[in-house]
Design a protein around this ligand. Structure first.
Ligand SMILES: Cc1cc2nc3c(=O)[nH]c(=O)nc-3n(C[C@H](O)[C@H](O)[C@H](O)COP(=O)(O)OP(=O)(O)OC[C@H]3O[C@@H](n4cnc5c(N)ncnc54)[C@H](O)[C@@H]3O)c2cc1C
Length: 530
């Protein structure tokens, strides 16, 4: 069963050893255990639904609470404190496109706001109902989860868009294929959500980002249906698939998507390399990308993330042994860990590994074999569970990300992290800030920053700390002309920064597209643009 106020399945836990708790206490202070609001309390405070009865819509309190918030830090504060300012008035689970058409017609006629809901894993407020005069209906697409068509000759698979990661991969695996899209939220996020929020998987370097994988689809809107044929390429005007990618529920409900698939790879392996410092590691990453090294993933942690990852790994004996050994061979406090993966035939994997290690050695890299890579592989979808553990110990965790040209990576990464620390200092608190590069391109990379800080007894104060940090980091991103999001999307939290990237005219164009398919403005208002 899924947690209603945290990440993932209630039966999965990520315990931390005492040494890790001690590490956090020393780095940012002792966390205090703060009790959470109970589900029953929240259900009791729920305002009455403003929807008139409709057979497809469920108005039960439990459904409305479960769909009230996603996974952003403000969402966590709201769910854990019970201070939730808006709930959907009802939740529908359509079984097919006909149900979706009925729901959209009902919503349009009665001026009901509609939130398309995939896995609810948004970290920027995409699926939150906002306080409004009009009632809000959340359309949960989880029953639309079937493989509809498999064209093995063209390597195209058509799915219903509510299918989640594990179910999508299991259906493809039965036929020997994979999509290869593995965001860290894989366990719960859905194909429709990946497309609507322009997601990027951990192995996108090899399989492609979702925009490379999305070949076509079917969208239901209040003004009718839009079919996007799956074509390998087209010069027939602007590509409407690009408009649906990142549309965040504002251009309609994606009911089906055709995606480009590949045969399951015969081999996959992940390796670890240590660099003396961040600069050497970044240079290696740039060369890996620009020399088109055929690896499947690469993640370079900065010194703070390397240290914290080892400290929180729970593998005390192994970490102590590794630390001693690394110091002996001259990889000291500034050392940075690169984990890279290879995927394909044994010959292709050997070639990719050789080429990567040549580049790494030229930058002073120390190859450590598969041990660290195996640990990463085992915990790649488990790490989000650490958020539950840390929260319960009194710490809040959030992440933010951008993408920039290589020429600006080092300075931007430093200043984004400095902005976070400075913002929290004004509360007389310390922040553990760390970064990695995990998506690389020939012209640049994404910078992914994680920050951990102590929660206050007062949820408003915790939120205030987060707002100051998020705003400072977002300003730093904009100043460096980075994108406000490489993979999480815009939602509510990034909407104010979108114009810096798209321009006022660009936003007007997007708004006009939305107006064409949704003249009453009922589709996910307040997200992406106001
Ligand atoms: C722990 C954690 C790790 C994460 N890791 C990654 C990562 O590695 N890479 C990454 O890219 N993201 C990551 N994310 C962010 C999130 O998982 C992605 O944004 C994902 O694409 C959201 O998918 P979802 O199905 O949960 O969509 P939701 O959160 O339900 O919705 C997101 C947006 O898409 C719209 N939408 C959903 N389905 C449809 C549909 N069928 N038609 C129209 N609109 C729709 C919604 O209205 C909303 O605006 C992570 C999030 C968490 C909490």
């Amino acid at each position: 069963m899924r947690r209603w106020n945290g990440w993932g399945d209630v039966n999965t836990v990520y315990p931390l050893p005492d040494s890790a708790i001690e590490y956090l206490a020393q780095t940012i202070g002792v966390g205090s255990k703060i009790s959470d609001a109970q589900l029953e309390e929240i259900q009791a405070q729920l305002p009455a639904s403003r929807l008139s009865p409709m057979p497809l819509i469920n108005q039960e309190a439990i459904e409305r609470v479960f769909h009230a918030r996603g996974q952003s830090l403000p969402d966590w504060v709201a769910m854990r404190s019970g201070k939730i300012n808006a709930f959907p008035d009802g939740v529908a689970y359509p079984n097919d496109e006909a149900d979706i058409r009925k729901l959209l017609a009902f919503a349009s006629k009665n001026e009901i706001l509609v939130i398309p809901y995939g896995g609810g894993t948004s970290v920027v407020g995409h699926i939150n109902p906002l306080p409004s005069v009009a009632p809000t209906l959340t359309i949960d697409l989880s029953r639309l989860n079937r493989l509809l068509d498999l064209d093995e000759t063209s390597r195209l698979a058509t799915f219903e868009a509510g299918v989640n990661g594990p179910r999508l991969e299991a259906q493809l695996a039965e036929h020997g294929y994979t999509l290869g899209h593995f965001p860290q939220s894989f366990e719960l996020s859905t194909l429709g959500g990946w497309i609507a929020a322009r997601s990027s998987g951990q192995q996108s370097y090899y399989y492609g980002r979702i925009e490379d994988l999305f070949a076509g689809g079917h969208i239901e809107t209040p003004c009718g249906a839009l079919d996007l044929p799956a074509l390998p390429a087209s010069a027939a005007g602007p590509d409407l698939r690009q408009a649906i990618l990142g549309s965040e529920g504002r251009l309609g409900i994606l009911t089906q998507a055709t995606v480009r698939i590949q045969p399951r790879p015969p081999m996959e392996a992940f390796y670890g390399v240590f660099f003396h410092d961040w600069e050497a590691g970044v240079e290696a990453m740039r060369r890996i990308a620009q020399e088109r090294t055929p690896i499947s993933m690469a993640r370079l942690s900065n010194a703070q993330e390397t240290e914290t990852t080892l400290a929180l790994s729970g593998k005390e004996a192994l970490v102590q042994w590794a630390n001693r050994g690394l110091r002996l061979v001259g990889y000291d406090a500034k050392r940075c860990l690169l984990i890279f993966g290879v995927t394909g035939t044994p010959a292709a994997c050997a070639h990719a590994r050789r080429q990567t290690l040549q580049i790494a050695h030229a930058q002073g890299g120390l190859f450590t074999g598969q041990v660290i890579g195996k640990i990463w592989r085992k915990s790649r979808f488990l790490t989000p569970y650490l958020r539950n553990t840390l929260w319960e110990l009194g710490y809040a965790v959030d992440t933010l990300e951008t993408a920039l040209p290589w020429s600006n990576i080092l300075l931007a990464a430093e200043e984004i992290q400095a902005a976070l620390k400075k913002a929290l200092n004004s509360f007389n608190e310390r922040c553990l800030v760390m970064a990695h590069l995990s998506h690389i391109y020939s012209d640049g990379a994404s910078i992914y920053v994680t920050f951990i800080f102590r929660r206050s007894e007062d949820p408003e104060e915790t939120l205030e700390r987060w707002k100051m940090m998020k705003s400072a980091a977002s300003q730093a991103i904009i100043q460096h002309r980075g994108t406000i999001s490489h993979q999480h999307g815009v939602g509510v939290d990034h909407a104010a920064y979108l114009e810096a990237e798209k321009s006022a005219l660009g936003i007007a164009l997007i708004r006009q597209m939305a107006h064409t398919v949704d003249p009453k403005g009922i589709l996910n208002p307040g997200k992406l643009f106001s």
